[in-house]
Design a protein around this ligand. Structure first.
Ligand SMILES: NC(=O)c1ccc[n+]([C@@H]2O[C@H](COP(=O)([O-])OP(=O)(O)OC[C@H]3O[C@@H](n4cnc5c(N)ncnc54)[C@H](OP(=O)(O)O)[C@@H]3O)[C@@H](O)[C@H]2O)c1
Ligand SMILES: *[C@@H]1O[C@H](CO)[C@@H](O)[C@H](O)[C@H]1NC(C)=O
Length: 309
């Protein structure tokens, strides 16, 4: 070996060692952050919310699961109680039943949560409903329904829990938005609008909460293999009931739940969980809007042809 190897090699090895050590410390810090934390998850009966319930429970959090469907929640809790963790001590899961689109119900649910577990460390606003339809054919009541569930629901729940977080001088608000909170694609108007509004609200909250040591994480996934498209609302308010190919070919909810767990542990601010094409689209919207708009116009034309045939 010449002199340069004698200098470079230890330097490289040292750097790798320090990097590994920092990563390990970060992992330990993340798991300490989640272990024993009270984590409230909305939409915990299915899809991503159900998987988040599992990963946070397994990480030692005290989970409070929310949804409208009591049977569904009981089922998830039953599944959690079957998990065995060796030396890990699990907290008994709780459930709170309410409809997020009913502001009064949200306020009383927040009181119920605080009564049940005393405090909330991490709130994961995950519940949501999708939409399919052309703007001209869509009743205004549908736009309102989507906004009530996807926007006013999380906003109301966050506002109801915020004073208790400020009082205990810390907390964490997480929201599951969507790639469609960053770009708007045709025939998803109400959904995309609700997610854009969500992004804006929680970006604002993040800045305002800095003095209170309350973190805000916005997560924007692309397609996930859940029942979201089946449960989507259409132009007249009826259920869409179709499993879209894009949804069926998306990421698994297990994979996305792991990403949520990591983002929360690291207190990330804004996380886009998407492949190269949607990521490119997000950048195009900002850097080359004309190109983005013509791509969307072409997409609308193609989808309309498909609908008319
Ligand atoms: N799947 C995707 O491709 C995708 C992509 C990007 C973002 N996301 C977002 O991920 C989140 C989770 O959706 P998912 O994909 O897991 O869909 P999902 O399987 O349809 O789950 C939606 C959850 O939201 C709950 N919910 C819906 N309306 C509600 C209401 N009015 N009050 C209370 N709870 C309500 C449902 O609970 P109950 O019906 O049991 O009450 C259910 O647990 C949503 O915010 C969605 O926008 C999904
Ligand atoms: C979709 O809904 C069906 C029927 O309600 C349920 O059995 C299944 O677990 C749901 N899928 C997901 C990914 O939540």
């Amino acid at each position: 070996m010449d002199l340069t190897s004698w200098v470079i090699l230890p330097f490289l090895l040292g750097s790798v060692g320090i990097y590994g050590l920092l990563k390990l410390l970060q992992r330990l810090r993340s798991s300490a952050y989640i272990q024993d934390a009270v984590v409230v998850i909305t939409g915990a009966t299915s899809g991503l919310g159900k998987e988040c319930a599992k990963v946070f429970y397994e990480a030692g959090a005290q989970v409070v699961l929310c949804g409208r469907n009591e049977e569904g929640l009981k089922d998830v809790i039953k599944q959690l109680c079957l998990i065995r963790g060796g030396a890990m001590k699990f907290h008994k899961p709780h459930m709170v039943i309410f409809d997020l689109s009913d502001v009064e119900a949200v306020a009383s649910a927040a009181r119920e949560i605080l009564h049940l577990v005393g405090k909330v460390d991490i709130l994961i606003n995950n519940a949501g409903v999708s939409y399919r339809g052309a703007i001209v054919d869509t009743k205004l009541s549908v736009d309102r329904t989507i906004m009530d569930t996807n926007y006013f629901g999380p906003v109301a729940l966050t506002k109801a829990l915020l004073p208790s977080m400020i009082q205990k001088k810390g907390g964490h608000i997480v929201v599951i938005s969507s790639v469609q909170g960053k770009i708007s694609i045709p025939f998803r108007s109400a959904y995309s609008a609700s997610k854009h509004a969500t992004q804006a609200f929680f970006d604002c909250l993040r800045a305002e909460m800095v003095p209170h040591d309350i973190a805000v994480t916005v997560i924007s996934p692309g397609y996930i293999q859940t029942n979201l498209s089946l449960n989507a609302v259409t132009e007249d308010g009826s259920r869409y009931g179709v499993m879209d190919k894009t949804t069926a070919e998306g990421r698994t909810p297990e994979e996305v739940a792991q990403i949520v767990l990591r983002a929360v542990g690291e207190r990330s601010k804004d996380v886009l969980v998407a492949g190269p094409l949607p990521t490119l689209a997000v950048y195009l919207r900002v850097l080359a809007p004309k190109l983005f708009f013509s791509l969307m116009a072409a997409r609308a034309k193609k989808e309309r042809k498909f609908k008319d045939s």
